[in-house]
Design a protein. Structure first.
Length: 309
């Protein structure tokens, strides 16, 4: 009896010790879980701030450099379009250095969801849309002042909301409606205000063509962003960073191929050598300007990719 009682007391103590240890472990896990989201939240907003900076700074820089290229002897509209796209290898480098184990596992799932034909069709269709947007944007930048071009292009917010309403069931909030109203009014006022000043340098017909092309590019960008969200949800079915990066990189590759066909088909490639030699900037600054435009557009794209993700 004494031996059995000792065993009972010993087992009872072990059970209490285990329960106490489990409670301490649960308490520790609760404390860690309550404190864990804080650094993650800060990192999230830090990444968002960096991506916003990429979008704002690089879009402004690429637009100014594009204008500098146009005003110093540029003769090829297709070349101005190509430099917006040809820097897509930067996206592959960025994806390579930002790769981790989670991205590798999701890539396998993506291949199971989407066949090669489906992915090729998605990249081709979005690439054609990107090439059209880039060409219209290049034409608009040639015929319009930078301020007018930039503000009209900012109306992509209205087109994005419009297409998102039909394609992605986006709801209109008071903040969205207010932003759309202010952007529309400010764009209209700026266009009217600068029309008389611009007609002295550019003919009225070219000015109207510039406005139409810029509005078309803005609408195309809004449609493209809405399509990307729709494709991620309905076709690829995976909203991962690697998926979005691959989508943007490959569509830029197809768009570059389309623009190269236009460059050689139009015969503008024959004037590129004389354009570089006769540039007011000089040969080295000419090449540096085009290189900077290409890199700026891709860094801008990285910011867009990050914000979509």
């Amino acid at each position: 009896m004494e031996r059995a009682q000792e065993i009972y007391v010993s087992d009872h103590q072990n059970i209490e010790a285990n329960l106490t240890g489990q409670e301490e472990m649960n308490t520790t896990m609760e404390i860690e879980s309550s404190s864990a989201p804080q650094p993650k939240k800060y990192k999230k907003w830090l990444r968002i701030s960096i991506y916003v900076f990429f979008v704002l700074a690089c879009q402004a820089l690429s637009t100014i450099l594009g204008r500098l290229y146009d005003e110093n002897g540029a003769k090829s509209t297709w070349m101005g379009t190509l430099v917006q796209l040809i820097g897509f290898p930067v996206l592959f480098l960025f994806r390579f250095f930002s790769r981790n184990k989670n991205l590798k596992s999701t890539d396998t799932n993506i291949r199971q969801f989407s066949s090669f034909t489906t992915l090729g069709s998605v990249y081709l269709v979005t690439g054609l849309l990107v090439s059209a947007n880039s060409y219209m944007s290049s034409v608009g930048l040639i015929y319009l002042p930078v301020s007018t071009f930039s503000l009209i292009l900012a109306s992509q917010l209205a087109f994005t909301a419009f297409f998102s309403y039909f394609l992605n069931s986006q709801k209109f909030t008071p903040f969205i409606v207010n932003s759309l109203f202010l952007l529309t009014i400010s764009s209209a006022l700026l266009v009217v205000n600068t029309e008389s000043q611009n007609t002295a340098k550019v003919s009225r017909v070219k000015y109207v063509i510039g406005i139409i092309c810029t509005i078309g590019a803005s609408a195309g960008i809004g449609l493209l962003l809405s399509l990307v969200q729709l494709i991620l949800r309905k076709v690829l079915k995976k909203n991962t960073f690697s998926t979005v990066t691959d989508l943007v990189a490959y569509q830029s590759f197809f768009a570059s191929c389309v623009v190269l066909i236009g460059l050689f088909g139009s015969g503008e490639w024959k004037t590129l050598t004389s354009e570089m030699e006769n540039s007011k900037l000089g040969k080295a600054p000419y090449i540096m300007t085009l290189t900077s435009i290409a890199i700026s557009w891709q860094v801008y794209t990285i910011g867009v990719v990050g914000l979509i993700f």
